[in-house]
Design a protein around this ligand. Structure first.
Ligand code: AGP
Length: 621
């Protein structure tokens, strides 16, 4: 995600902003920028694509842009390619309003159209430029002060944002507004600081204020004043940060992986919000619309498809296995799933009506990129589901669906995997609507349920202490099996990989019905078998497989839905997930399995975020 810094006080601002941005580099970014103001003089705005070093060189380490007030930004592209034009800060044409932003403005397109009708010109592809010019619009139209202009903007905007804004008419002041995206405000006498995350200000102060959702604040030499949406002043207690810098980067979590496990509700929310629109119909009921125009796919193209082939590696491949079950259930399209490393060398039959979907968090995985190029060379249409804007796979695919998980630091993927699941659900529903295999009412019900997934993921996360307790009993396990049927099998694949890659415990995922064809001979007394049974139509079948395994001494952990309490008569330990649409259970069932792998790795004292022999993106064969 993007990084915001702001400073106003008695020191030169630019070096402080560059230093703060350097402490946010871990969040991942592709460009950066600063806007600095020397009292009443015009603000100076400098932006650069690439590393922070480029921006620092452009400003001679900040020395070439004097001033005591400024804002800075590192951009993780969500809307629009990485470029100097798309980098923040963005400003109104007369520089009356200059701002930086972290988050997703979901209705930015309609707001952009509105502002164009009011004479505004846009130069970037970003939602941020829209937000900044919307502030400018309200500021000028209603001739109000910064707080009122920001309040009107917050009421009109849908999505998540942390905004830091400078107004030309208000030198030596910074205004901030927040909804859902993180923002922290530090104070040290006449010096005030704002940042997306604590590491950026720890060097200067540990005294901070926490700004809540739909609140604003004014930072000036006199201090910090908070306002609610009505423009009333709000008192805030001063807090003290006790974290050290390295813990602060992880948001207070011990590892990036746990931070990212807990960021899954937001990653899911942002990915849904980027394509699902809520509208009220004539009866006042909520109508959900899927807008996947961002992919560039036309409905006629979807209607003419003969089949789908999903190609990926690792966890992304496991998303593909889930996509096969979901898409074949919602459409009339046959779906096959291929490991990219196999697809790229196999003799593939070319079908110009076969859509090849390449799933990749990094967008740089060598095998997946090679598979994409092979599909294109064979004249097959390609769609990429990617988390990194402007990555190789994103650039070379015919169509792209960007997941909005934000940068993922831990090698073991969690939030990107969850965002990819959302992407394949949305594509399956959209394809079903276009091909007439999904009724609008059914799509509406599924989308309404999808909107509830972030909160249901949070509910599953509340169970983490129980899972930690159970996992700690198995840190010496030698072999673990994951069994399930249908979508539950896809979930098992991911649970098994999480365990293997970060706790180094050998494990295997097995289709529960396949066990008796050989592998069950490996089950000994005390062998841990994780049984995933979330699909109602297959539940009894999986339970009978559990009994088979239990009768051979296996130690059973069950994973099922609330209400299936009879499982406790069979399994020694059961984890429950909230009920949801059967197509979406992977989004909930995977959470306990991610936690299992995480806690096992911790119990063994391993490097959770950087497991041995692994890279975050496998850019070589
Ligand atoms: C999953 O935790 C691993 N990090 C790995 O399997 C990963 O999913 C795989 O290498 C694919 O990476 P990609 O999504 O960036 O293409």
């Amino acid at each position: 995600m993007c990084g915001i810094v702001g400073y106003v006080g008695t020191s030169q601002a630019a070096p402080i902003l560059l230093e703060g941005l350097s402490k946010l580099e871990y969040r991942g970014y592709d460009s950066a920028g600063l806007a600095v103001r020397d009292h009443e003089k015009d603000p100076v705005l400098v932006k650069a694509k690439g590393r922070l070093k480029v921006l620092s060189e452009k400003t001679d380490g900040g020395r070439s842009i004097p001033g005591f007030c400024g804002i800075g930004h590192t951009r993780w592209a969500t809307h629009g390619e990485p470029s100097e034009t798309n980098a923040h800060p963005h400003a109104s044409d007369d520089f009356s309003v200059i701002g930086v932003h972290n988050g997703i403005i979901e209705n930015y397109q309609e707001l952009r159209d509105k502002l164009i009708r009011h004479g505004y010109t846009f130069y970037s592809q970003t939602d941020t430029e829209v937000a900044v010019k919307l502030v400018d619009y309200y500021y000028k139209k209603y001739k109000v002060g910064p707080i009122d202009a920001l309040a009107k903007t917050m009421v009109r905007v849908r999505g998540s944002y942390a905004l830091a804004v400078m107004f030309r008419d208000y030198p030596d002041e910074i205004y901030v507004a927040r909804k859902d995206s993180p923002l922290i405000i530090g104070t040290a006498g006449d010096n005030q600081y704002v940042a997306s995350d604590v590491p950026a200000i720890l060097k200067y102060t540990r005294d901070v204020y926490y700004i809540d959702n739909l609140e604003m604040a004014r930072l000036s030499g006199e201090g910090v004043t908070f306002f609610n949406l009505d423009g009333d002043v709000v008192d805030k207690p001063l807090s003290r940060i006790e974290w050290d810098a390295s813990v602060a980067e992880k948001g207070g979590f011990e590892h990036f992986m746990m931070k990212e496990i807990h960021e899954q509700p937001e990653a899911v929310r942002n990915t849904i919000g980027s394509v699902v629109r809520e509208e009220k119909n004539e009866k006042g009921e909520t109508d959900y619309q899927i807008d996947l125009s961002q992919t560039g796919m036309e409905e006629d193209e979807i209607r003419e498809l003969s089949q789908i082939c999903v190609v990926a590696c690792g966890s992304a491949y496991h998303v593909g296995v889930a996509a096969q079950y979901v898409t074949e259930d919602l459409t009339d399209l046959p779906v096959r799933v291929e490991l990219a490393s196999e697809f790229r060398y196999r003799r593939v039959m070319a079908d110009p009506k076969e859509l090849v979907i390449v799933i990749s968090q990094s967008g740089e995985t060598a095998d997946s990129l090679a598979a994409l190029r092979k599909a294109k060379d064979m004249g097959m249409p390609t769609l990429a589901i990617v988390n990194v804007v402007g990555s190789s796979i994103a650039r070379e695919a015919d169509h792209v669906f960007y997941t909005l998980a934000g940068p993922e630091i831990a090698v073991a993927t969690t939030k990107a995997y969850s965002a990819q699941l959302i992407a394949v659900y949305l594509l399956a529903i959209w394809f079903g609507l276009v091909r007439g295999t999904v009724a609008h009412a059914d799509a509406n019900n599924m989308l309404a349920e999808m909107e509830l997934l972030p909160d249901k993921i949070r509910r599953v996360l509340e169970d983490q202490e129980r899972i930690q307790w159970f996992a700690s009993k198995y840190s010496n396990a030698k072999d673990v099996f994951f069994i399930g049927r249908g979508l539950d099998y896809a979930i098992c694949l991911e649970g098994s990989l999480k365990m293997k890659e970060i706790s180094y415990i050998h494990s295997e995922a097995y289709a529960a019905g396949e066990l008796k064809h050989g592998t069950i001979s490996l089950i000994e007394k005390g062998t841990l078998v994780v049984c995933v049974a979330t699909q109602d139509d297959l539940y009894e079948k999986t339970v009978s497989n559990m009994v088979e395994v239990g009768s051979r001494g296996g130690f059973l952990m069950g994973l099922t839905k609330y209400g299936k309490y009879a499982m406790e008569d069979i399994a020694e330990f059961v984890v429950y997930i909230p009920r949801t649409d059967p197509h979406f259970t992977a989004s909930l069932a995977v959470i306990p399995l991610q936690l299992m792998g995480y806690y096992l790795s911790c119990a063994k004292g391993l490097d959770v975020d950087k497991p041995r022999n692994l890279a975050k993106s496998v850019t070589v064969e």
